[in-house]
Write a protein that binds this ligand. Structure first.
Ligand code: ZN
Length: 93
């Protein structure tokens, strides 16, 4: 899926349609002390191998995100492009 480098879209801060620069969002870091992580660590304590073998239904593709930066006020907004898709996003040069 190809996306233009700059798009004209709504900015919530300016309350106007302005030109936005399209960027790829950086991946956030996982929390090591989240509730589910602590619960999982408690469950596997003393065992070797994996516990909690649940079969999760497979999701078809991922939600692809882009980061939009307003050229006027520099506000950044994340946006989902399409719905679940296997196609990767490329920014046109
Ligand atoms: Zn703006």
């Amino acid at each position: 899926m190809k996306i233009a480098k700059e798009i004209n879209t709504y900015c919530p801060k300016c309350n106007l349609h302005t030109i936005h620069v399209v960027m790829m969002p950086s991946k956030g870091r996982q929390r090591g002390l989240g509730k589910a992580t602590r619960r999982h660590n408690r469950a596997i304590k003393g065992y070797v191998g994996s516990v909690e073998l649940k079969i999760h239904p497979k999701k078809l593709g991922k939600k692809q995100k882009i980061l939009l930066e307003c050229k006027k006020c520099k506000t950044r907004v994340e946006r989902v492009v399409g719905m679940r898709t296997k196609k990767k996003i490329e920014i046109k040069r």
